[in-house]
Write a protein of this length. Structure first.
Length: 210
């Protein structure tokens, strides 16, 4: 692993363990076994390193959501995106909290906004397809996409918070999916079965029953 990649890798691990506050330049350098000055040869500042962390995480999330929504009816693809987004965040809540919500440098907040806009753009594209296919009622797709993405992000604040708790990850995901369907004007239906992880058919069946 190249030095730059290793710095990002260890910074990500430290952030997951203790948030941004724990990821000091010295801590990252020590974890990599290099001098603090080495970090600055690859990143102009600590904020630049964190921007890269957010950017990398966003790319991974978008790739995972794209893969999850590669087939099916439009509403099923939207459900898959919502479920994949939530499930990935809940799998590593401390890291997701730091990357998306923890107070940080303005440059990191700006990168978060870039990701949010890309997420909205992709959601709006799917909504247009759904409207053309007659699966979703006609609506202002940009506004609806922003509302859905914003609602999902806001609903994850509590569950991902270091002091937050939830009774069931799958129940939370099912609730988010139902909310998105209904907010788009689509009634509950059989498409809910697509939300469960393909590797977890029990979870998939439980969502259908709700």
């Amino acid at each position: 692993m190249k030095t730059r990649e290793r710095l990002l890798y260890e910074a990500r691990n430290i952030v997951e363990e203790g948030g941004y506050a724990a990821a000091s330049v010295q801590a990252i350098a020590e974890r990599c076994g290099v001098a603090a000055g080495t970090l600055y040869r690859h990143f102009p500042s600590k904020a630049d390193l964190f921007v890269e962390l957010v950017r990398d995480a966003a790319k991974r999330d978008i790739a995972a959501m794209k893969d999850a929504a590669s087939s099916g009816r439009t509403i099923e693809r939207i459900e898959a995106i919502v479920a994949t987004f939530a499930r990935r965040a809940l799998r590593r809540p401390r890291l997701a909290w730091a990357l998306a919500y923890e107070p940080v440098d303005p440059a990191v907040d700006a990168e978060r906004l870039v990701y949010r806009r890309e997420h909205c753009r992709r959601m709006a594209k799917l909504l247009r397809q759904g409207i053309l296919a007659g699966e979703i009622p006609s609506q202002k797709v940009e506004l609806s996409a922003a509302a859905i993405v914003g609602a999902i992000a806001e609903s994850m604040v509590g569950p991902l918070s270091p002091v937050g708790t939830i009774n069931s990850d799958e129940e939370l995901i099912a609730t988010l999916v139902r909310f998105c369907r209904r907010s788009l004007g689509v009634t509950d239906g059989a498409a809910l079965h697509e939300v469960g992880s393909r590797r977890n058919p029990i979870a998939a069946r439980s969502l259908v029953k709700r």
